[in-house]
Design a protein around this ligand. Structure first.
Ligand code: SAM
Length: 247
């Protein structure tokens, strides 16, 4: 366990900005980040949550990959944050643990994954913390009052290509807020192809940052899109349509 802890602590200091540096000094928070991974491994026997099951690899490819967003994008207590297609809670749960006090929504279309997330929230944030699990499709939740144009920050990792993601995520962002996609090295091409979609949906690319993960785990690209205009009421289109006919 001590070796994973060292990799986690060093990675947080290097990649995750002030919240990472603070967490690296806080044994409780480090423990919670590892507990998240332990819960994923435990539940992964019954519910398909991840293909990566080695704890050392999970620390780098799941937790630190998620945390790296904080090295570039300021996230502070009180902010409303939504993670679309969160799966086992990446990056949403990691952000929630690193920035206590964020108002976190975790959205996924698979009911079994949402059951896991409900359990995880009970374990990590027992009591009345402002964390909610939303089961369903982004195409539907994105039209609901209280959710549409209501978030300061919307994140997504490994959910869809950028044109599709823009339609799933931007409707949730308030004007002036941000949508951040965690992408692989092919992200730049996707961003170029999404120019029209972003303009249609009211977004503008305001940041593109490369991240090198430790332990030779590869390169990532963080894409920040700022919402500059409201999204037309037509979007998102019906479930499945954004993917079938990307903007
Ligand atoms: N973000 C997590 C990660 O990086 O480990 C999970 C990635 S997993 C490959 C994609 C997740 O997005 C799945 O859990 C899937 O159920 C969810 N998803 C895909 N399309 C969605 C949609 N339209 N609305 C809500 N969730 C969706």
């Amino acid at each position: 366990m001590a070796e994973y802890l060292a990799v986690l602590r060093e990675g947080l200091i290097e990649l995750a900005g002030p919240p990472g540096q603070e967490a690296a000094r806080d044994p409780g928070r480090l423990r919670a980040l590892l507990q998240h991974l332990e819960e994923v491994r435990e539940w992964n026997r019954l519910v398909n949550l991840t293909g990566i099951t080695d704890l050392g690899e999970m620390v780098v490819k799941h937790t630190l990959d998620s945390a790296a967003l904080l090295g570039r994008v300021p996230v502070s207590p009180g902010m409303r944050v939504l993670d679309v297609g969160t799966g086992a809670g990446f990056p949403g749960v990691v952000l929630g643990l690193l920035v206590p006090g964020v108002r976190l929504s975790l959205l996924d279309s698979l009911q079994k994954r949402c059951r896991f997330l409900e359990h995880l929230c009970q374990v990590l944030w027992p009591g009345d913390r402002e964390v909610e699990v939303l089961w369903g499709r982004a195409e539907e939740w994105g039209h609901r009052p209280g959710y549409r144009e209501a978030y300061d920050l919307v994140t997504a990792r490994a959910v869809a290509e950028m044109r599709v993601l823009a339609e799933l995520c931007l409707p949730f962002v308030r004007v002036g807020g941000r949508f951040v996609a965690l992408k692989g090295p092919g992200g730049r091409q996707e961003v170029a192809e999404a120019a029209r979609a972003l303009a249609t949906l009211g977004g503008e690319v305001t940041g593109l940052w490369e991240v090198t993960l430790p332990a030779g785990a590869g390169e990532r690209l963080l894409v920040e899109v700022t919402k500059v205009r409201p999204t037309p009421a037509l979007y998102p289109r019906r479930p499945g349509v954004p993917e079938k006919r990307p903007l």
